[in-house]
Design a protein around this ligand. Structure first.
Ligand SMILES: Cc1cc2nc3c(=O)[nH]c(=O)nc-3n(C[C@H](O)[C@H](O)[C@H](O)COP(=O)(O)O)c2cc1C
Length: 474
């Protein structure tokens, strides 16, 4: 999600002013919608959203600017704006169905903490979005008051109009296009890159995504491979010709957004005649991998990884290459998890944090987990609190991403923009302690991190409801 807070109000004010200027004066052409007058304050925003396929009309020539949009539609446009990242699993709402057009967006939005439903397990798929909800969801998404200044916007429980939603989206998107305002991930991040035509390698990459809270990136060829292209029995098939030509570099469509933020790159490919497909060479030559750790993996019918990974080293010579691993197509989550636990990943990839020492025990649901304390005055104060004796906190589940409960006293805050990962122990609003098992992005204070735990394992231990956690010094 985009992070604006750190860039201060000056940039934001400039930005809002420029968006409003565009909204006011930018439209003097045919909008393509009979109900969107070129001079209307929202005309530019409507066109902006339509051109980028963020929002479309309600009919061929009608946008219905004064119409409402549903909660499912709103999360869907935000999901599109985020590039429709792959999601797995299901959401926990009782009024949503699996496999619907809105399903990936709702799962994504819930995991990002953008929506938490009405608190009774209901999401409200078809409920019109109120202005209040629109403001809150955008605030959570962009960390900026992008609805401020939108004509007719009061932030109340009145329904938001489609025109207002388009204006907020455009403000948000334009802000994201300002290079200075793009969020730099503050955490060590893992990217799971894969090339896959029949889904085998993709399946492994998705396990990595779930286990390591990794971002997923699919290498998409500019020209997709047809079944005939992949016919390895035909010497003249596209794949076979490419493999026979060491200089072949099939073009890739799109690119990794901000590769710089990643410390560890898992790189997955199918074995083609004992080697990585040439498109993997294209990928490696497209970025600077110096200082990054690359972990190759592959799937194959039967061949081992062989020399395929080592032959890639010269294409990213400044990376730290770990030994690769071959999987069969249907390798399980547990198999991938076992592999990761044996890897010598940089500390930050496993724990999302450098420094700190194992100093905490956390007992929950019959299990005892160890954790490290962060290096700040908040963690120090928490340690002093625990020096008085173990502390049991009643914690409730929030937004499918965290357990949160009252500490019973306030600790000093050291808020910073944090992209949470599973196992993060966070101080919220100075007096609440939170253990994350999912991703969020917010201004939070880091207290520590549960050691070496996978997201799914932590989720299983914590369960879906209220828990008691006892924190004590180790
Ligand atoms: C052109 C081509 C060449 C292949 N060469 C090999 C090979 O040398 N050894 C092997 O075990 N499998 C080989 N395979 C099978 C793939 O490695 C295997 O099906 C892989 O899991 C496909 O991954 P994907 O589903 O992610 O595309 C080849 C497949 C293709 C299309």
């Amino acid at each position: 999600m985009w992070d604006f807070k750190r860039f201060g109000t000056a940039i934001l004010t400039l930005l809002l002013a420029s968006v409003l200027a565009v909204l006011a004066f930018g439209a003097d052409r045919d909008t393509g919608f009979s109900d969107v007058d070129a001079g209307a304050w929202y005309a530019e925003a409507v066109q902006y959203c339509e051109e980028r396929e963020l929002m479309s009309g309600v009919a061929a020539s009608s946008f219905a600017p004064e119409g409402t949009l549903t909660r499912a539609q709103l999360v869907t446009v935000l999901y599109r704006m985020e590039g429709s990242p792959a999601v797995t699993g299901d959401d926990d709402f009782s009024d949503t169905d699996e496999g619907k057009w809105y399903s990936p967006a709702v799962i994504w939005a819930a995991r990002q903490g953008l929506v938490s439903g009405y608190g009774n397990g209901l999401f409200g798929v078809n409920d019109p979005v109120t202005q209040e909800q629109l403001a809150l969801i955008f605030q959570r998404y962009s960390d900026a008051p992008v609805t401020k200044g939108i004509p007719g916007f009061s932030g109340t429980s009145a329904p938001a109009t489609r025109a207002q939603a388009a204006a907020a989206l455009m403000a948000c998107a334009l802000a994201g296009e300002q290079p200075e305002t793009l969020a730099q991930a503050e955490e060590s991040r893992v990217l799971a890159v894969y090339f896959s035509n029949t889904g085998n390698t993709e399946g492994i990459a998705e396990h990595l995504q779930a286990i390591l809270s990794a971002e997923l990136y699919c290498i998409t060829p500019e020209t997709a491979y047809t079944a005939a292209d992949l016919d390895y029995t035909d010497d003249s098939s596209r794949a076979n010709r490419e493999q026979a030509n060491a200089a072949a570099r099939p073009a890739i469509s799109g690119s990794v957004e901000d590769m710089e933020q990643y410390d560890v790159v898992f790189l997955g490919y199918p074995i083609w005649h004992g080697q990585a497909p040439r498109i993997i060479s294209t990928f490696l030559e497209s970025y600077d991998f110096s200082g990054k750790t690359i972990v190759p993996f592959c799937t194959s019918g039967s061949s081992p990884i062989g020399s395929s990974a080592e032959n890639l080293h010269s294409l990213a010579p400044d990376a730290d290459w770990l030994e690769g691993r071959r999987f069969s197509g249907g390798a399980s989550y547990e198999t991938v998890e076992d592999w990761i636990s044996e890897l010598d990943l940089p500390k930050t990839a496993e724990t999302g944090r450098e420094g700190g020492t194992a100093m905490l025990n956390i007992s929950v649901n019959g299990r005892t987990l160890t954790a490290s304390l962060a290096d700040n005055s908040s963690a120090q104060a928490f340690r002093e609190l625990l020096a008085e004796g173990p502390l049991t906190v009643s914690m409730s589940d929030y937004a499918n991403m965290e357990k949160v409960g009252a500490l019973g006293r306030s600790l000093p805050a050291n808020d910073e923009q944090i992209h949470t990962q599973a196992g993060d122990i966070i101080l919220y609003q100075g007096n609440q302690i939170t253990v994350y098992y999912g991703a969020n992005s917010w201004n939070l204070t880091r207290l520590g991190k549960i050691d070496g735990i996978a997201a799914q394992e932590l989720k299983d231990i914590l369960g879906g409801g209220d828990v008691e956690m006892t924190f004590s010094l180790a």
